[in-house]
Ligand binder design. Structure first.
Ligand SMILES: *[C@@H]1O[C@H](CO)[C@@H](O)[C@H](O)[C@H]1NC(C)=O
Ligand SMILES: *[C@@H]1O[C@H](CO)[C@@H](O)[C@H](O)[C@H]1NC(C)=O
Ligand SMILES: *[C@@H]1O[C@H](CO)[C@@H](O)[C@H](O)[C@H]1NC(C)=O
Ligand SMILES: *[C@@H]1O[C@H](CO)[C@@H](O)[C@H](O)[C@H]1NC(C)=O
Length: 456
């Protein structure tokens, strides 16, 4: 009887509770609606600005109405969601060396791109798809192709860059025909070419530094271009001295950043190609900076340095006492920035048995990496059971070539790292480090040190 009463009281209370809940929901809804409208109206009144740009710069009026502007309503922003994460690369030809190197970097980092032969007259690719921008960044293998473009295409491209907050990277490579000193057409920027440079330093205040760290060292080649300007839009990224005898010790800018204060477009210009290893890092940082980190790589790198066949190298190439000492010294130096960093030294099993060498097992490489990929299950099982192998490496996953597409994987609890040989290392320089390796943790600084000591 008592329970029936209770039940009845409960039933009577329900409509009251329901109406409270209803009121509560109504409150939430009205708060949500009012904040939404306030925010939306505010957004319309204040178009968001890209970093480092003034509103005036963004409102450069085109002399002719451009097709992609109709219906956009004049709201300018670089919030990123309005462009596809694709880099548009203007190359000199399908086989040009620098063009291929640019593409290799984009591919190593798994960034999407599209190449176009630098247009002559009237064949600029379609830049927009409805109200979306199709490209997040423009790269010119030869910046002169950009500055000398016909007026219509130039305006189309500049307007696109301003409208969608898209930046630009360009290379200036002097040749025998280029003037020793010239102004970059249409810009308050002067170029001095065919210089030999020395003592390269990174401008520690450059806003685009991310992977690149302060460095100082030599520059290869003697066909450098330096940039000179007194406009506040230009900020040096790399600086160097001239190598000539009458050098005054004055620092010249060999990579310059245009903050967009001149015409509303942010740019990074290189006074040489990408053969200098530091340029590859600055290029990666420029990609990240100019796309507001949409095309960015984390600072974490997983690298294993495996020195193979330590005892059976060819006569004359085997390690001597001095080499061993240098190796230990380097290892200690690396340990200062990477805790527990240890070189892996490989040797054949026969040596292991004959000399009872003390080892840390857990890592093994099959002869020629065979059986690792494509996977030979028996090898994995035996490794796990007999030696408790946890790590190995392969050159084949998913394919041998091109090396920049190689990846690591984990199979049956054994981690398989991407193996790159020294030949590949020197070819792809820093970018082997960006392949997504799945091994022991370490930081990029180690790779920089490797690069330095290997002389890239
Ligand atoms: C870069 O320039 C140097 C010196 O002019 C040249 O030897 C090298 O082949 C060039 N590399 C690329 C990728 O263009
Ligand atoms: C560098 O410039 C000099 C002078 O213009 C020229 O003779 C030489 O061939 C150039 N070297 C390269 C590698 O382009
Ligand atoms: C900048 O350089 C130009 C050309 O050399 C010169 O005419 C101008 O007066 C300079 N401006 C400043 C602020 O130094
Ligand atoms: C690298 O690998 C990790 C773990 O497998 C994954 O989460 C991450 O997305 C990968 N990064 C790239 C750039 O492929």
């Amino acid at each position: 009887m008592l329970s029936v009463l209770r039940l009845r009281r409960l039933v009577r209370q329900v409509p009251l509770q329901t109406s409270f809940i209803f009121l509560f929901l109504l409150c939430i809804l009205s708060v949500f609606l009012s904040s939404y409208f306030l925010y939306a109206v505010k957004q319309k009144l204040e178009p968001s600005l890209a970093a480092g740009r003034s509103a005036d710069d963004l409102y450069v009026t085109p002399s002719r109405p451009l097709p992609f502007l109709s219906g956009v309503g004049g709201t300018l922003s670089s919030d990123g969601s309005r462009t596809d994460p694709v880099v548009l690369v203007f190359v000199e030809s399908p086989y040009s060396q620098l063009g291929q190197e640019i593409v290799a970097i984009l591919e190593s980092a798994r960034f999407r791109y599209r190449t176009e032969i630098s247009p002559g007259k009237g064949d600029m690719p379609t830049l927009t798809d409805g109200q979306r921008g199709r490209f997040v960044l423009i790269v010119y293998e030869n910046i002169l192709k950009y500055v000398n473009m016909d007026a219509w295409n130039r305006e189309l491209l500049d307007r696109y860059c301003i409208e969608f907050g898209v930046g630009m990277i360009g290379f200036f490579k002097a040749n025998e025909k280029s003037l020793l000193s010239a102004q970059l057409k249409g810009f308050p920027l002067f170029l001095h070419s065919n210089l030999g440079l020395k003592d390269c330093t990174v401008n520690p205040k450059s806003p685009l530094l991310h992977v690149t760290r302060v460095f100082s060292g030599p520059l290869p080649g003697d066909n450098w271009t330096v940039f000179q300007s007194n406009h506040s839009t230009y900020e040096p990224v790399l600086l160097a001295k001239t190598r000539s005898a009458e050098s005054t010790g004055l620092m010249h800018t060999s990579v310059v950043q245009d903050l967009g204060l001149h015409d509303g477009i942010q740019r990074v210009l290189f006074g040489h190609n990408l053969s200098f290893w530091l340029h590859k890092l600055v290029f990666v940082d420029a990609l990240s900076f100019l796309t507001a980190k949409r095309l960015s790589l984390s600072l974490e790198r997983f690298i294993l340095v495996d020195i193979d066949d330590i005892f059976v190298g060819k006569e004359g190439t085997r390690m001597k006492v001095a080499d061993v000492k240098a190796l230990v010294e380097t290892q200690n130096e690396l340990r200062r920035s990477i805790p527990d960093f240890t070189f892996n030294l490989g040797f054949s099993g026969k040596f292991f048995h004959d000399h009872s060498i003390p080892t840390h097992l857990g890592y093994a490489v099959a002869p020629h990496h065979s059986g690792v990929y494509p996977v030979h299950i028996q090898l994995y099982e035996a490794w796990k059971r007999v030696w408790d192998i946890r790590v190995t490496s392969t050159e084949e996953y998913p394919h041998l070539k091109p090396a920049r597409f190689r990846r690591g994987f984990i199979h049956r609890g054994i981690r398989v790292s991407v193996c790159v040989t020294k030949a590949v290392l020197s070819r792809w320089g820093i970018f082997v480090a960006i392949a997504n390796n799945t091994l022991y943790g370490s930081k990029l600084s180690i790779f920089l040190l490797c690069q330095k000591s290997l002389g890239y």
